[in-house]
Design a protein around this ligand. Sequence first.
Ligand code: ZN
Length: 334
Amino acid sequence: MLDRPLRQSPIAPTVVFSSKGTQHGFMRLPFSRDDSAWGSVMIPVTVVRNGEGPTALLTGGNHGDEYEGPIALFDLARSLKAEDVTGTVIIVPAMNYPAFLSGTRTSPIDRGNMNRSFPGAPDGTVTQKIADYFQRYLLPLADIVLDFHSGGKTLDFLPYCAAHRLPDKKQERKSFEFVQAFGAPYSMAMLEIDAVGMYDTAAEEMGKVFVTTELGGGGTTTAKSVRIAKTGVANVLKAAGILKGEVQALPTIWLDMPDGDCFSFAEDGGLFEPLHDLGDRVAKGDAVARIYPLGRTGAEPLVVSAKMDGVIAARHFPGLVNVGDCISVLAVRS
Ligand code: ZN
């Protein structure tokens, strides 16, 4: 492959990230297509800047079917006042905007999963172009990055805020301080199945304080999960010193995902019967779910067992399951 310098991003923001005050605009990405020859993807963005202080980059809709983040961030974007801010708040409620518009995890344009597309490419697909813009233009501006997730249509989670264990212990400690400040009912030291290409990894490798969430799932929200998101983002901005006021201290249960035994995957498809709910304790060897074959009566279901002691932190959401689907995620109290 030729080693050539990266070209400039095709994304043109209609806001100026260094300007003071409140700006609501777009990151405009040219997207030529059948129904709009010189059309664009218009990704909404709000920038609120006042005085000297840190910069928070707040994102939702990294996956298009997860809604607590977009709700909390559309709400924050309309209500945050410049005079209440010391520093800068950059709000992108729906990072993978085409995916968000179609209510799907990945982009309908290129099937791009934003959280597997980093560092992206300025001459790549639409999803790769958005990732590249975050990688080279937005992340470098940020001191603290908060990226909202939930389970989407296929998973459901205990509501938690999370950070990763990191080689740089100072960066790790700071990240977990922000997880504590967020104040979700659960706080997680999170392990990834597949960290390559994640926004999380991109931010962490740049030395940023990065916190994320899993606040529910099933492709919808609850009043409670949205409340957790709104309180959490306000708490993070207060902990960063960007918003005045005390962090609202809320009780949280710390959880840890020690290793790959946390995850159970379906070795066959069928009808999904959960045997425990989110937050339930299970012991190693306990059955967590049954999967009934769909074709005939009288056949024994496949039993999915826990590979460790723990609490159910996530579960498969739809009533039917396909081979390879994640059935459950266990975590231990830390
Ligand atoms: Zn997600």
